[in-house]
Design a protein around this ligand. Sequence first.
Ligand code: CUA
Length: 155
Amino acid sequence: MQIHRYEKAFLGISVVLLIGFMGALFYSAFGMGIMLPTDEGQIDPAAVRTTPPFDSPGVRETAPGKYEVVMIGQAWAFVPNEVRVPAGAEVTFVGTSTDVLHGFGIEGTRVNMMLVPGQISRLTYTFAQPGEHLIICHEFCGLGHHVMYGKVIVE
Ligand code: CUA
């Protein structure tokens, strides 16, 4: 059987691309720790404000060097709007939404999750350096989407 050399070249390119994409996938999953969300828990979106831990949003120390940031996304703000965490500490963000789908991304980090009504999202991150990071809603959530942001201050 004769394979045309162009055909051979295209076959070769597809194999190289496949290997490249697989490599990128493995690197993002195991090198950078980017994973699909897991089922963290469910919550009644209408009762978020009275369901722990969302009845008292904010930062709390759960163990030495470990912090939990409980945050609610709602149209069109993050509650609380500003949090302070120490540099080098293990910070777990726990969030949900009271109304529609919101995004939760922290500028300059790999923190990126969705705040889904009825679902609890959880993600752990360590801020190595002190500084300020914007929290942005990256999912279009209505008229005020562009003013929905918050701030993480790393001290
Ligand atoms: Cu909330 Cu966009």
